[in-house]
Design a protein around this ligand. Structure first.
Ligand code: FAD
Length: 383
């Protein structure tokens, strides 16, 4: 996601990016992704408004509810309200559709991503960077942007960092056609159900024709930590979620199938040095993998791409000092990435709270839900 966004953005400012993707093809793996106005504003700026509205959904409101009794705890108006407030819409989209929107734009810009091209070696030098691609030999460039996700090999090779750590949570996801759901379970809103040590989010994708459901519970991955697409059973999810109100339980059992992945993250970044080093920079999850409680993983990758391109922009009569531009990118981006990482962790504790904290959370949401749920510092700017 971030790699395609960065290629598109840098292509727009005069570079000829090459994209190396380890997968043999662009697959449909994954389900929904939420995009706040901070991300859609950038996509619209890249001329993708029409492509986005052809595949995304634009929910009218975000409702927070109790998983136990279904009572509404808080509400944030999305739709026109948020679009007017921030100048861009709040969208929910299938991951494969966002990938297609970006891929089509990248290809239209004359960039052909190379598949089955796994980066296995990175050798930075004073003149640029040499990159080893498995079974394809070496390529050279002026910069390498490691947009290779949570398990970034660029990060391991250049920064020598250890792998991300399991958070002790599992994410179950499923997608269903709204027409296959009983009328009472269909929805064009974002619904967030909170319960002790769990929460579930449901929102429309594919212009509202499908409902995406993600539940986060405590647990350890039965399969490899890197696997985004493990088999899962409704009965295990129901057991992990505990007591649920009837509509929520019905939703869990209405899904034709569930897949799961385990959540892993890193501590929030502590300095710009974690994002750029000489001619190499990290972007998106490679730089700041985050828990999904703020729904900003894709949004932060898109913001990174926009800022990267702003600093690398080729202007007539001016040479770009690439390491300096990458350092500027890291300096401008690291604090915001770290803040979203930290707040995502904090949101997780609040979402899954028990006892008195849960009681206080529900009271605060009931008294001033819209104010607590809106995020002007996040949606209103991109830096
Ligand atoms: C298969 C998959 C399914 C996902 N499903 C969901 C979902 O359902 N909901 C959700 O909210 N988020 C999901 N995510 C995460 C979400 O896409 C990211 O958090 C977010 O979009 C940030 O994107 P990113 O570009 O930083 O990383 P990613 O989207 O993870 O992209 C990283 C890319 O780098 C490639 N890559 C990794 N190592 C190498 C290498 N050595 N050489 C070349 N290429 C390499 C990967 O194959 C991948 O395509 C998924 C990610 C993946 C990879």
């Amino acid at each position: 996601m971030g790699g395609l966004a960065a290629a598109l953005a840098c292509g727009r400012v005069g570079w000829q990016p090459r994209v190396y993707e380890q997968a043999a093809k662009f697959t449909e793996v994954g389900a929904g992704i939420q995009l706040g106005p901070n991300a859609t504003r950038i996509l619209e700026g890249w001329g993708l408004a029409r492509a986005l509205s052809a595949v995304a959904a634009f929910p009218r409101q975000l409702r927070v509810r109790s998983a136990h009794d279904g009572a509404q705890l808080g509400l944030l108006r999305l739709g026109e309200t948020i679009a007017e407030r921030y100048g861009a819409p709040y969208a929910t989209i299938h991951r494969a559709d966002l990938q297609s929107v970006l891929l089509d734009a990248v290809r239209a810009a004359g960039i052909q991503p190379r598949l089955s091209s796994k980066v296995v070696a990175v050798l930075p030098s004073d003149d640029g960077v040499t990159v080893g691609i498995e079974a394809h030999g070496r390529v050279e460039g002026e910069a390498l942007i490691g947009a290779d996700g949570l398990w970034s090999s660029v990060r391991t090779q250049v920064w020598g960092d250890r792998p991300p750590r399991a958070t002790g949570h599992l994410a179950y996801r499923g997608v269903i056609a709204q027409s296959d759901l009983p009328v009472a379970l269909r929805s064009h809103d974002v619904n967030v159900w909170l319960g002790p040590r769990m929460h579930l989010v449901a929102y429309p994708v594919r212009r509202g024709s499908e409902l995406n459901v993600v539940a986060i519970v405590q647990g350890r991955s039965p399969g490899p930590a890197e696997d985004w697409d493990q088999e899962a059973l409704a009965v295990e999810l129901q057991r992990a979620m505990g007591r649920l109100c009837t509509p929520l339980r019905d939703l869990v059992w209405a899904m034709p199938s569930w897949r799961l992945w385990s959540l892993n993250d890193r501590p929030p970044m502590r300095s710009a040095r974690e994002m750029a080093r000489g001619p190499v920079a990290l972007l998106g999850d490679a730089a700041h993998p985050m828990r999904p409680y703020f729904a900003q993983g894709a949004g932060m990758a898109i913001e990174d791409a926009a800022e990267l391109a702003r600093l690398l922009a080729i202007k007539p009569g001016r040479d770009v000092d690439v390491p300096l531009a990458l350092r500027g990118y890291a300096l401008n981006r690291w604090r915001r990435g770290a803040r979203v990482q930290a707040l995502s962790r904090r949101n997780g504790r609040i979402f899954h709270a028990t006892g008195l904290v849960r009681w206080g959370r529900d009271l605060a949401l009931r008294m001033s839900g819209e104010r607590l749920l809106d995020q002007p510092w996040l949606y209103g700017t991109a830096r």
